[in-house]
Design a protein around this ligand. Structure first.
Ligand code: FCB
Length: 471
C-alpha cells in the first residue's frame, strides 16, 4: 500500500514530488508534521451525520425544511437518517480512536439542545455530554463548533440571519452550551463558514434557507459575525480554559491573464471569499471593494458592532478545498473560467494545494494580528467503492499528502499552523449534493450503516503510529 500511495503522489503531482517537497508521511527531521504537538484529526458536522431528526425533543432545522423541498437536494436526499451517528456514536468514537486520530471536530445541533422558548433540552444536551466525556477518556482533543448551519426553523420563521435578534439568540445558546459543557471542550468555534451561511443561504439560494439576494447576503453576514462577536466573551466567561475561535472557508482566486482587468477580477474574488469575513474579524472593518462588486449592498451596522465583531481570537480555523480561475466580467465583477487539463475531484473542484500555502502566507502579511491557525477542514470527494472489503482511494491519498506538504511549507514560511482536520471522518450528507459525494476517510454503506476504513485512513493511522513511536 505504501508503495502505491507514493507512486500516486509522484504521478499526480510531479511539481510536488520533485525538488524540496518531500512526502510528508516520510519521517524527516525538518517536517513540521512530525512534531508531536501538530494536531492531526478529523471533522464532521451534526446535520451531516447524526440523523434522528425528530428524536428526544429535537426541533426542525432549516436543513430539514430545505432538504424536504423538491429540487433542492440531489436525488431528494435528506439528513433524516444520515450516518445514524446519534445511535452509533460510541462505535464511531471507537473507530476514531482506533485510527489514532488525536483530534475530533464536531458540531452541536442547536435545535437538539434548546426548545423554542430558549429552555434547555436535557436529552439533547446529554447526548453531547456523553460524547465529549468519551472523547476526554480516550485522550482525543475536542473542537466543538456551535453553528454548522442547522439553524432552528422557528428562528428562520422570524427572519433567520436577516433578523438582528438571531445574533442575540445565538449568544443565549452559546451561554447555555458553555455553562453545560465547560471543562469537556478543548476548543470552541462559534460559526462554521459564515460565507456559506450568508452567501449560499441568502445570496444565491443553493443552501438553506434558499433565499437569493446580494443585499440579504451582506446583512446575513453582518448578523452572523455579530453573533460570533457576542459569543466570544460569553465563552471566555463560562469556560476560561478552552480556546475560542471561528472557522472560515477561504478561496484562492487566480487571474486568467495578466491584464489589469483580470488581475482586478482575481482580487475581487478573494475580497468576496476571504476579506469579507477576515477583515471585519481581524481589522474591524468591511472591505470597501466588496461594495464595488455588489453596489448598494452595504449592511445596516449599528454603533459598536465592528468592535464586537473584532473580539480577539485564540485561533482561526481555516477550511480550504480548491482554487477558482477568473476573468473580468466586463462590468464590476468576475466570472469563472475553468482551466482545462487540471486535476479535479468528484465535486469538479480543482486540486490546487499551492493555493492553501499562498493564502496562508498572504494572510500572514495582510493581518498583523493573525491568530494561530488550525486547518479545520481539508479533503476531497471521490466515487469510492468497497471492493473485497477495501476502498482504494488513491486520489485522496495523493490529495492529503500534497495539502499537508503545502501546510508544512506555510509553517516554514512563518505561519503558525497548529493542526489539521481531515474532512471528513466518514462519508456523510453533503448538503445540496446529498449522499452521492463521498468525502470520508471511512466509507459508509447507507443501506447497512457499515463503516469501512479507506486506504487513506489506514495511511494516516500508520503515520500517527510511527510519529508516536518516534517523538
Ligand atoms: C464545507 C462544509 C462541510 C463540508 C465540506 C465539503 O464547506 O463546512 O460541512 O460539506 O465543505
Amino acid at each position: 500500500m505504501a508503495n502505491d500511495a507514493s507512486a500516486a503522489f509522484d504521478t499526480l503531482s510531479p511539481a510536488v514530488s520533485k525538488g524540496s517537497l518531500a512526502d510528508p508521511f516520510t519521517p524527516s527531521a525538518d517536517s513540521s508534521l512530525w512534531r508531536k504537538n501538530f494536531l492531526l484529526g478529523a471533522a464532521t458536522a451534526s446535520y451531516q451525520i447524526e440523523g434522528a431528526v425528530d428524536e428526544d425533543g429535537r426541533l426542525p432545522s432549516i436543513w430539514d425544511t430545505f432538504s424536504a423541498t423538491p429540487g433542492k437536494v440531489l436525488a431528494g436526499d435528506t439528513g433524516a437518517v444520515a450516518c445514524d451517528h446519534y445511535h452509533r456514536w460510541e462505535s464511531d468514537i471507537d473507530m476514531l480512536a482506533s485510527l489514532g486520530l488525536e483530534g475530533y471536530r464536531l458540531s452541536i445541533a442547536w435545535p437538539r439542545v434548546m426548545d423554542a422558548a430558549g429552555r434547555p433540552n436535557r436529552k439533547g444536551l446529554d447526548f453531547y455530554k456523553r460524547l465529549l466525556n468519551r472523547l476526554k477518556e480516550k485522550g482525543i482533543t475536542s473542537f466543538v463548533t456551535l453553528y454548522h448551519w442547522d439553524l432552528p426553523q422557528h428562528l428562520e420563521d422570524r427572519g433567520g440571519w436577516l433578523n438582528r435578534d438571531t445574533a442575540y439568540r445565538f449568544a443565549d445558546y452559546t451561554d447555555l452550551m458553555s455553562r453545560e459543557l465547560a471543562g469537556t471542550v478543548d476548543a470552541w468555534a462559534t460559526l462554521n463558514e459564515p460565507w456559506c451561511s450568508a452567501y449560499l443561504g441568502y445570496g444565491n439560494g443553493h443552501h438553506a434557507p434558499g433565499l437569493a439576494n446580494d443585499r440579504f447576503a451582506t446583512q446575513a453576514m453582518h448578523h452572523l459575525l455579530l453573533a460570533h462577536g457576542l459569543a466570544i466573551p460569553v465563552l471566555r466567561g463560562n469556560d476560561p480554559a478552552s480556546q475560542k475561535g471561528i472557522v472560515a472557508n477561504i478561496g484562492r482566486g487566480t487571474a486568467n491573464s495578466d491584464s489589469a482587468a483580470d488581475q482586478r477580477a482575481a482580487h475581487l474574488f478573494e475580497v468576496q471569499h476571504n476579506a469579507w469575513i477576515l477583515d471585519p474579524l481581524l481589522k474591524g472593518e468591511y472591505p470597501q471593494d466588496l461594495f464595488e462588486l455588489w453596489p448598494g449592498t452595504e449592511p445596516l451596522v449599528l454603533d459598536g458592532d465592528t468592535q464586537t465583531i473584532a473580539a480577539p481570537l485564540d485561533f482561526l480555523g481555516i477550511n480550504y478545498y480548491f482554487r477558482t480561475n477568473v476573468a473580468s466580467d466586463g462590468a464590476h465583477g468576475f466570472r469563472d473560467v475553468p482551466l482545462e487539463g487540471v486535476e479535479r475531484t468528484q465535486m469538479g473542484w480543482e486540486v490546487h494545494p499551492d493555493g492553501l500555502r499562498d493564502l496562508l502566507t498572504g494572510f500572514r502579511s495582510t493581518y498583523r494580528n493573525l491568530p494561530p491557525i488550525y486547518i479545520t477542514e481539508n479533503g476531497m470527494a471521490s466515487d469510492d467503492k468497497v471492493i473485497d472489503g477495501h476502498v482504494d482511494d488513491t486520489q485522496r491519498i495523493s490529495f492529503l499528502k500534497r495539502h499537508l506538504a503545502a501546510v508544512d511549507q506555510a509553517i516554514k514560511a512563518g505561519v503558525d499552523v497548529r493542526g489539521y482536520f481531515l474532512w471528513s471522518l466518514m462519508d456523510n450528507f453533503e448538503w445540496a449534493f446529498g449522499y452521492e459525494r463521498r468525502f470520508g476517510v471511512v466509507h459508509v454503506d447507507y443501506s447497512t450503516q457499515k463503516r469501512t476504513v479507506k486506504r487513506s485512513a489506514e495511511l494516516v493511522a500508520k503515520f500517527l503510529k510511527e510519529r508516536k513511536a518516534k517523538v
